[in-house]
Design a protein around this ligand. Sequence first.
Ligand code: ATP
Ligand code: MG
Length: 152
Amino acid sequence: DHFILNELVRDVVERFRETSNHSIHFDDADEPLHLIADKDRIEQVVINLLSNAIKYSPHHHEVEVRVRHERNQAHVSIQDFGIGIPEHAFEELFKKFYRVDNSDTRQIGGTGLGLSICKEIIESHGGSIEVESSVGVGSTFTFTLDLAEETS
Ligand code: ATP
Ligand code: MG
């Protein structure tokens, strides 16, 4: 499908705002970013990353969602100020059923599938997904996709 990424991200953010106690900021790019991709799958990536950001920041209720345009690519990043992730786990994070094992995450619960699905979807579109994080400070997940010709 052909769609505008900013609109998709904005719609997901607005849906989460209706049901979440977190305050979700949306920092949009200046122009519409056209993508040719499977819209439902890209939406699933945004939903998984945003639900992680909320779920793993039980004590700090701000989340930042950014859409950026650089050359012929779009970057979407989702930042939280939650429990964070130890560096030794960065590689494993995107594998099926992997969960960081500590008292916080045991309390929070999950199956460990969300990020493996995100990685599979983004890579099947020729894109990439990255994490930056510090324990006790927070995490930022960013995915990058090539734009359709219209934008670049
Ligand atoms: P689910 O399948 O329901 O998504 P999950 O959230 O445990 O379960 P993933 O989304 O794949 O699984 O995340 C894998 C692990 O990475 C999590 O269990 C958690 O330890 C860590 N993690 C993911 N996102 C964050 C985040 N924003 N902050 C801190 N830890 C995170
Ligand atoms: Mg998850």
